[in-house]
Design a protein around this ligand. Structure first.
Ligand code: ZN
Ligand code: ZN
Length: 224
């Protein structure tokens, strides 16, 4: 069977995310997803906690700030430290049994890997719904993935709940984390998605501003 998974989502546990666990599951179901990967910046505790507390399929993951750009570690149970080299970050992910994904390798205004994507990675995120400029980012990421013969995946990079599912990966697997990860590793997956509309991005910015400056908590998790 085929499952539909958004492989790049930030929750309120991410310093810049707004999505609460309830909103995450609500919007993921609403947008027809079978599962999501939670990829908060440099922390995995929120992802592990949410995965334990819900029946919805959640792949605990992390978006690591390596010295040369962001890297997603898919399916981990503990964090990988930030500020390591790309090589070492990938090695750590593999030692922990996860997959290393070169996320938004060519997007502007994001900490992108650019020329640092190698065959050491397990997959390239060719569609990132938040990438700018969208079409150019997709084209260039596809080029990188096909020249290195790496699996191609997609995710929304949502920080605001309505953005969930704007990009997703279909995976030829049963709805089970280990099966899904194995299938991605074999390249039995396909990226889909479109850019998050500008109007929604503006709403995200306004909500993010309010959350950061008008409330005492960082983001909107009530139980930080
Ligand atoms: Zn990123
Ligand atoms: Zn991200």
């Amino acid at each position: 069977m085929k499952v539909k998974i958004d492989l790049h989502i930030h929750t309120c546990y991410s310093y810049d995310g707004l999505i609460t666990p309830q909103e995450l599951v609500f919007y993921a179901r609403k947008h027809g997803l079978d599962g999501v990967a939670i990829t908060d910046h440099n922390r995995i505790d929120g992802a592990l906690k949410i995965a334990k507390e819900t029946h919805f399929l959640i792949i605990p993951s992390i978006e690591i700030s390596s010295r040369s750009g962001h890297i997603v570690g898919l399916n981990l149970t503990e964090p990988v430290p930030r500020d390591l080299s790309v090589e070492e970050t990938i090695d750590r992910i593999h030692e922990l049994g996860g997959l290393a994904v070169a996320c938004h390798p060519r997007a502007f205004l994001k900490s992108s890997l650019k020329g640092n994507v190698s065959q050491k990675f397990d997959a390239v995120e060719v569609i990132n719904a938040s990438a700018f400029p969208f079409k150019r980012s997709v084209k260039q990421a596809q080029k990188i993935a096909s020249s290195l013969e790496l699996a191609q995946v997609a995710g929304s990079d949502a920080h605001y709940a309505p953005e969930i599912g704007f990009a997703y990966t279909t995976v030829e697997a049963e709805p089970d984390i280990e099966e899904i990860v194995k299938a991605i590793d074999k390249g039995l997956c396909q990226p889909f998605g479109k850019a998050i509309p500008l109007r929604m991005r503006l709403k995200r910015e306004i909500s993010s501003f309010k959350a950061r400056f008008l409330s005492k908590t960082n983001g909107s998790c009530s139980n930080h």
